[in-house]
Design a protein around this ligand. Structure first.
Ligand code: ACO
Length: 314
């Protein structure tokens, strides 16, 4: 059977930083409230002329370089995003054009904050089936474009960014297993309803979503370990979706894991939706924390609801 392994990682953050202090001048909030409730200090915001595909392209170039591959080797591009440049064409086809990849299929997937976990699941299954050998998987979002900056319970959470991996066919087992789920019954707890005037923005029942996220992530940890007959102690690193540091702490507790084994970027990035896991992964690979051969648990929960995990030997 053909396995798949992460050959390279990359990421990109827009230059502009929006700090909690900046938000104090925009809505009735404080740095202290935001940090205590979410763990966020600052987030990056795309420039007015910077599109999701620009962020995705920068992260992709970074991942291609780190994998040491030629662009022509890429035979599938998957972009997880909820904030495409336009309704169509897809961000994936714009990335294909911007990186100069030719003649490979390219498509977007929309699973909100779980998008990257869905992406790695689809990519590894394409490789397993023999349909692809070298897949560019990107998570990229510009949530600042669908954020209501007068809603203090919401606008403090989101940031913009992109992360990417190159997933290659391999004799060694890199991706150990992936698990993806959805339940559309919770549609209105976290959604972006259509408005007539085109100012569609995120609406969330924060506390209810928080409770659901903690319980569901608990279950996905059990499911992932049981599927592989593994123990909590077999996991070297938790690379979670970065929504709220208190959710990360709850999952770490479930895994009997100390917080120094959890990759935390939410303080500097906020919640970048589909970008948050690959951004965290690239951060910890580049600063030398995550090393080859270590076992990583990536997990996410997001709008839909959607949720899932990917267990990977890096
Ligand atoms: N500054 C000061 N006070 C605030 C702010 C703010 N920015 N926002 C809300 N408050 C107030 C509220 O008005 C409320 O006041 P009240 O008690 O007088 O009514 C009080 O703080 C508590 O509000 P809660 O909403 O209960 O606060 P909570 O502790 O739940 O934190 C938060 C809110 C941060 C949104 C949290 O619920 C959360 O992180 N939720 C989950 C987010 C998540 O995981 N999303 C899923 C992934 S995202 C995706 O898929 C797109």
């Amino acid at each position: 059977m053909t396995h798949s392994r992460i050959a390279g990682t990359g990421s990109y953050l827009p230059t502009k930083i929006l700090s909690n202090k900046d938000l104090e001048t925009m809505v009735d909030t404080t740095d202290e409230w935001i940090f205590t409730r979410t763990g966020i200090r600052e987030r990056h915001i795309a420039a007015p002329d910077e599109l999701t595909s620009d962020l995705a392209t920068a992260a992709a170039k970074n991942a291609i370089e780190s994998a040491g591959i030629n662009v022509d080797e890429i035979d599938l591009i998957i972009v997880a995003t909820t904030t495409p440049d336009k309704i169509f064409p897809s961000v994936a086809t714009m990335v294909q054009k911007k990186i100069g990849a030719s003649n490979c299929p390219a498509f977007d997937i929309q699973a909100v904050c779980s998008g990257f976990v869905y992406g790695i699941s689809i990519a590894s299954n394409f490789i397993k089936a023999g349909a692809s050998k070298c897949v560019l998987v990107i998570g990229a979002d510009t949530f600042s474009r669908i954020t209501d900056y007068t809603d203090r319970s919401n606008c403090i959470l989101w940031g913009d960014g992109a992360g990417a991996i190159i997933l290659q066919a391999s004799q060694e087992q890199g991706v150990i297993s992936t698990h993806i789920h959805a339940d559309g019954n919770f549609e209105t707890m976290l959604h972006v309803p259509r408005k007539d005037n085109g100012t569609d923005t995120v609406m969330m029942e924060g506390s209810a979503v928080f409770r659901m996220a903690v319980n569901t992530l608990d279950q996905i940890v059990d499911e992932t370990l049981a599927a592989n007959n593994m123990q909590k102690s077999d996991i070297d690193w938790l690379v979670p979706h970065q929504a709220n540091v208190r959710i990360l702490q709850a999952t770490a507790k479930k895994l009997d894991m100390s917080m120094d084994k959890v990759v935390v970027t939410v303080d500097k990035h906020g919640n970048t939706s589909a970008a948050s896991i690959p951004l965290a992964l690239d951060t910890a690979v580049r600063d030398g924390r995550i090393k080859r051969g270590e076992v990583l648990l990536m997990e996410a929960f997001g709008g839909g609801f959607t949720w899932g995990s990917a267990l990977v030997r890096y």
